[in-house]
Design a protein around this ligand. Sequence first.
Ligand SMILES: [Zn+2]
Length: 138
Amino acid sequence: MSFRDKIARFMYGRNGMDAFCRFLLYFAVGMLVLSTLFSRVPFLSALFLTLEWAALIFCIFRTLSRNTVKRQQENAKYYQFQQKFLLWCRSVKDRWQQRKDYKFFRCPSCHALLRVPKGKGKLVLTCRKCGNRFERRS
Ligand SMILES: [Zn+2]
């Protein structure tokens, strides 16, 4: 039996590498870089090294785990979180690009984001999500 076959037999029924594992590996590398950068601050360096090892151990545990249902649930949660984060990044980018023409406000009751043209003076804004009315200067 070749080494490759032995590995394949060992990994049979196990979770293996998934997107969340790859994220954990990148996170671990990031923590290693940070701990190197902050090597003169013992507390921070130790903290980053601990996080790095925790991520690495969790990654190895997930890769070798036979409880694939639970690991797939974790991976799905990771994908949800990633989607939310990407949407938030796009929202920040859009607001930055439109900052000269529009002003952005949060609805005081439901925290929805409202966009109004700049330079229109005092406006009564109506939230499209909850219908709440409030006054702001644009
Ligand atoms: Zn609202």
